[in-house]
Structures are given as C-alpha cells and as structure tokens.
Design a protein around this ligand. Structure first.
Ligand SMILES: Nc1nc2c(ncn2[C@@H]2O[C@H](COP(=O)(O)OP(=O)(O)O)[C@@H](O)[C@H]2O)c(=O)[nH]1
Ligand SMILES: [Mg+2]
Length: 201
C-alpha cells in the first residue's frame, strides 16, 4: 500500500516536537550515510527530505507524517567534520534526549554505509534502542557500490548491531520496498493498539 508522506515540522528541542499520537520511527546515522536519500526513496518523492547537495534542515529533528498513524523523524547526522564542537555537543544532547524520552518513539532505523565498520556511536545507538525496546532495523546503505564478497563481510559486521539487516540502495532501489513494508507494519501495530488498548489522557 502506498501512503502519503509529507514534511510536518522541524524541531530544535524536545518541547518543539509535535504533540500527536503517531508512532514515530527515528532515522539515525552518521552524516552523509544516506538518511535523507533513503527517506526520499521510501516516500517515492525526490524532493521531500533534502540531501547533502542542498544542506538545509540538518540541524534539527525533521518530522514527516506517513499516512494516518505513522511519522518518520530524520535526526541530525553525527560525525560531521566541519561542525563547531559546541554545536555538535548540543545536537548530540538533543538526539540523546529524543531517543531516551520521546514517548511516541516506536522504532529506530540505524544506517551504516556498507563499506564502513560500525563505530562506537552506532553501537551506542543500538544499545539505546534495545534499552527502550524500540524495534531496530539496521540498514546497510549504498549497496550499489559493492560486490558479493563485501556484502558477506558487511553482514557479519552489522550483525553485531542487530538482527534485522536490510541491504539498500537508492540508486537501483534494492531493498526499498521491503523496508517500506517493515516501517508500515510499525504504524499498523499502532492503529490496532489504539483501537483495542487503553486510552491515554
Ligand atoms: N551510490 C549511492 N549513493 C548514495 C546512496 N544514498 C545516498 N547516496 C549519496 O550519499 C550522499 C549523502 O546522502 P544524504 O542522503 O544527503 O545523507 P545524509 O547526510 O545521511 O542525509 C549524497 O551524495 C547521496 O547522493 C546510495 O544508495 N547509493
Ligand atoms: Mg540528511
């Protein structure tokens, strides 16, 4: 099923985040790993999230609504070499606060370039997800850049982060449709829990 994706808002603090009942999926990963490109590919809309060629909303949490029950949150990338240290610290704190305290957060998509070794930041993100029992989907990005042997090695490396490893490329669309279905399933479980579950004040 195809749902409408649209940009909702950018937040610079937890207080600025939208108040809604949508289940949220955080998209996290190092700067330039392909977060915005992946969001565009999932949405089937090239201009939705800005990609690095047009830097813009990268300093905030960017919320996108997906259909009626779901939202995707593009988190600021870490490891951006030219960012002043003070700003990087601030962004890091905002991300951590969002990941540990945001009540509507249900899942995390953790992106790692298929050619890179996951580092300490990626490992800590996976740990943060496990601690909150967020559903964790690991995405190996830019798979069009490597051959078979490198994939086998990448699967072994990424298996340390989580059990759901998704090989994706926005160049040839590998893995995009299965990932989209997995994300929509997060939204569907939200809809059913709202119908059957207790209502929060
Ligand atoms: N070859 C290839 N390049 C990609 C892919 N995804 C993203 N890129 C490129 O990687 C760069 C960073 O992408 P972007 O989505 O802006 O990364 P972000 O900083 O994580 O949001 C851009 O030049 C993209 O065109 C992919 O699947 N394959
Ligand atoms: Mg981006």
């Amino acid at each position: 099923m195809k749902l409408l994706w649209s940009f909702a808002t950018a937040a610079h603090s937890l207080a600025q985040c939208p108040r809604w009942e949508r289940r949220e999926i955080a998209i996290v990963g190092r700067s330039n790993v392909g977060k915005s490109s992946l969001i565009n590919a999932l949405a089937g809309s090239k201009g939705l999230a800005r990609t690095s060629s047009t830097p813009g909303r990268t300093q905030a949490l960017n919320f996108f609504t997906v259909g009626e029950d779901l939202a995707v949150v593009d988190l600021p990338g870490f490891g951006y070499a030219r960012m002043p240290a003070e700003q990087a610290t601030k962004l890091g704190a905002l991300m951590e606060e969002f990941l540990t305290r945001r009540a509507t957060l249900a899942a995390m998509v953790l992106l790692v370039d298929i050619r890179r070794e996951p580092g300490e930041v990626e490992r800590n993100l996976a740990i943060a997800a496990a601690r909150r029992r967020l559903e964790l989907l690991v995405v190996a990005t830019k798979c069009d850049k490597v051959g078979r042997a490198e994939r086998v090695a990448a699967r072994a490396r990424l298996g340390a982060l989580g059990s759901s490893i998704n090989f994706c490329s926005v160049v040839n669309n590998e893995g995009i449709e299965p990932l989209r279905r997995a994300l929509l399933a997060v939204g569907r479980s939200a809809a059913s829990s709202r119908r059957g579950g207790p209502v929060e004040a």
